[in-house]
Design a protein around this ligand. Structure first.
Ligand code: NAD
Ligand code: MG
Length: 385
């Protein structure tokens, strides 16, 4: 097997670091060609010295000379700035992009990779939430596959292998419920950043950890699933499964349900996406059916966790509404992480922004960018950021 050349966009994040662990354990199968970071120059340099990529990009231009200097004894090319991310994504030096940048910032590089005919292992769900129609069209037009990395979508993707002629009746997205499962607004009103950052089952970047606590993450995942698997909103069900062992399920037209299971570990979906259509042997810990275990399921409390309702509204409405929801949420989470607003204010800000920004039914890419900008500005104005 020839080595697949991997470009990790967002290599210093939680997904990026785990992707490098997977690659490190399979050096015969994968080589690292591109690494990118936003601000963490020290980790980027460390990763570059270990994996010897062709190119590194540091988003923050002010750190260019530091990175250049630290890599001066190597052949590694160093670029800086946002535009460089887009340019490198459009280069021909890699086979698979791991899209592991967080938020709207991941959209352009991912679009460029698809335009360039590259396979995208997609962790960055916001890309599909913001402009899913355009992203999926680019993927189809350029025969550039998107392989999901998000654990729920990887589960569904795995359940669908061998089922290409069989229509899906519905998918069941599992949610852990996050750290505040069972809590009510009178508790949530006092929740602080550090408590919300403690996820029971997964160690992830700060933004997705807060999204998991507010259930916005599951809302974004519903929209992500719509685009990845070409589903109608009514075919997407969310169920709370606090143990996070079943990563999601597909129900077919005969009523049969397939589930993908395993201990919660993002390295598994990352590795699956990189190696697809093959599986690679790995020593990840196994689920043990001999231990006393109970798998439980319950409907989400959408009255308390209203973000899920807002995301469902955006999913049903379509157009630029998911883009508006996402932008307001990014601002709100940013503000919450800086202790500028309370936990319940996140939902409030998203709701107000969704009712304020002009609805566009079939936006162009430019209109998605404009909606994103307007929604961010409005959301920020609510708290004078
Ligand atoms: P993270 O915050 O740990 O890492 C984000 C990465 O993106 C870093 O390398 C950072 O340098 C880069 N980055 C941040 N802002 C940037 C910008 N403006 N421009 C360029 N680069 C930027 O995030 P994460 O937890 O690794 O999540 C990454 C993506 O994967 C998110 O979209 C998240 O929803 C998704 N995801 C993560 C997990 C998980 O377990 N962490 C699971 C499923 C999906
Ligand atoms: Mg997920």
């Amino acid at each position: 097997m020839t080595q697949k050349r991997i470009a990790i966009f967002g290599s210093t994040g939680s997904i990026g670091k785990q992707a490098l662990e997977v690659i490190d354990a399979n050096r015969d199968k994968f080589s690292v060609e591109v690494l990118t970071a936003h601000t963490n120059d020290e980790l980027l340099v460390q990763q570059a010295l270990k994996f010897n990529p062709n190119i590194v990009v540091i988003g923050d231009d002010k750190k260019y000379s530091k990175v250049k200097e630290a890599l001066s004894k190597t052949d590694i090319k160093v670029f800086a700035g946002e535009d460089s991310l887009d340019d490198v994504a459009a280069m021909d030096c890699y086979d698979v992009m791991i899209a592991a940048i967080v938020g709207f910032a991941g959209l352009k590089p991912t679009l460029n990779a698809l335009e360039n005919g590259k396979t995208v292992a997609l962790a960055n769900k916001e890309t599909l939430v913001v402009a899913g129609d355009i992203v999926m069209k680019k993927s189809a037009e350029n025969r550039a596959p998107i392989i999901p990395v998000d654990s729920e979508h990887s589960a569904i993707f795995q359940c669908l292998v061998g089922e290409s002629r069989n229509p899906i009746e519905k998918i069941i997205l599992t949610a852990s419920g996050g750290p505040f499962l069972g809590k009510k607004p009178n508790f949530l009103v006092n929740v602080k950043r550090d408590h919300a950052l403690q996820h029971p089952n997964w160690a992830m970047g700060a933004k997705i950890t807060i999204d998991s606590a507010t259930l916005m993450n599951k809302g974004l995942e519903m929209i992500e699933a719509k685009w990845l698997f070409n589903l109608k909103p009514e075919q997407i069900q969310v169920i709370v499964h606090p143990q996070s062992i079943i990563h999601s399920m597909v129900q077919f037209e005969d009523g049969s349900i397939k589930a993908q299971m395993g201990l919660p570990d993002m390295k598994l979906p990352i590795q699956y996406a990189l190696a697809f259509p093959n599986r690679i042997a790995a020593k990840f810990p196994r689920y043990d059916f001999k231990k006393p275990n109970t798998l439980t399921f319950e409907p989400p409390d959408v009255k308390t966790f209203r973000n899920l309702t807002l995301a469902t509204d955006a999913l049903n409405k379509g157009g630029n509404m998911p883009c508006i929801l996402n932008a307001a949420n990014e601002i709100a989470v940013f503000a919450f992480l800086r202790n500028r607003i309370g936990f319940l204010d996140i939902t409030e800000m998203v709701e107000r922004t969704m009712s304020k920004i002009k609805f566009i039914e079939k936006p162009t890419l430019d209109e998605y960018f404009e909606s994103d900008g307007e929604a961010r500005q409005f959301a920020a104005s609510l708290i004078q950021l």
